[in-house]
Design a protein around this ligand. Structure first.
Ligand code: SF4
Length: 270
């Protein structure tokens, strides 16, 4: 019989909340075992026979996918990959500004991506050093391939909140992108300049009078992103803001724009 979180807690676990498994409570541990395949044996206080029977039950329900947390990242990648696969690589390449080549009979797109190049086929994506991209990064690239529009950047840069349907993401943009940048680079402008150069940024400070530093990144050929930075001064905290070309919503959805922003933050602060 399948074991729910409550079954596991009520019938198998000792309910002492001793924390030896690394969780604060037995019920929290039970939740992780049932929904995320956390090993039951990490609770060292279960009778070996009971443990063995329970592990068999769990194995069966994992196979059936019962109560398992959905792997959203995997589903998103499969969806994006399928959508991109239904299109001709030659059409995609010209649409998103990549170059189509054929290597050993396999068509591939070479696409500039920040300070490196991506090699893309319908089945895999690597960077120019042969490293495979993370699953989230691959999803991001396939989404751009699937929905990237024909428009070239207009040069009219806008802040994130000026785009439609971004209200629910404003806090994430602040917490996951702007604040880490502010914290890392406040009163460390030399470090910021070096980080921008290393990540392929071009100094465009002269185009923005109000800020202390501006750097333009080419995330993809049709997707420019500008980082504006104001250093801490006279009791004012440092401030960081990203600007995107107004055409970005023809190339990426809002989730992907968030991913792009977080990725740029990662490149600069790592
Ligand atoms: S080690 Fe076992 S008894 Fe202790 S808190 Fe974790 S699940 Fe509960």
């Amino acid at each position: 019989m399948a074991l729910s979180v409550v079954d596991l807690y009520a019938k198998i676990l000792p309910k002492t909340n001793c924390k030896d498994c690394g969780f604060l409570t037995c019920i929290a541990f039970a939740g992780m075992v049932v929904s995320e395949k956390h090993p039951l044996k990490n609770c060292p206080h279960i009778d070996p026979d009971i443990l063995s029977d329970a592990e068999q039950e769990l194995e069966q329900q994992y196979k059936e996918g019962k109560w398992l947390k959905k792997d959203m990242a995997k589903e998103a990648l499969e969806w994006a990959k399928k959508k991109a696969a239904s299109m001709k690589l030659s059409d995609i390449a010209s649409r998103i500004g990549g170059e189509l080549t054929t290597v050993e009979g396999i068509e591939q797109i070479t696409l500039p991506y920040f300070n490196k190049k991506l090699l893309i086929t319908k089945d895999w994506i690597t960077d120019n050093n042969g490293n495979e991209l993370t699953r989230n990064e691959q999803t991001f690239v396939y989404i751009h391939m699937a929905q990237g529009g024909v428009s070239d950047p207009s040069g009219n840069m806008k802040s994130f909140k000026e785009f439609p349907n971004t209200v629910s993401k404003i806090v994430s943009m602040k917490d996951l992108v702007e604040k880490p940048l502010q914290k890392t680079f406040a009163e460390k402008m030399d470090k910021l300049t070096l980080a921008c150069e290393t990540s392929g940024g071009k100094d465009v400070t002269s185009q923005y009078e109000s800020c202390d530093m501006a750097s333009l990144f080419t995330a993809f050929p049709k997707i420019p992103v500008t980082l504006l930075f104001w250093d801490a001064d006279d009791g004012f905290e440092a401030e960081a803001k990203l600007l995107f070309d107004e055409t970005i919503i023809q190339h990426l959805d809002i989730e992907s724009i968030m991913f792009l922003s977080e990725h740029l933050c990662y490149l600069l602060t790592r």
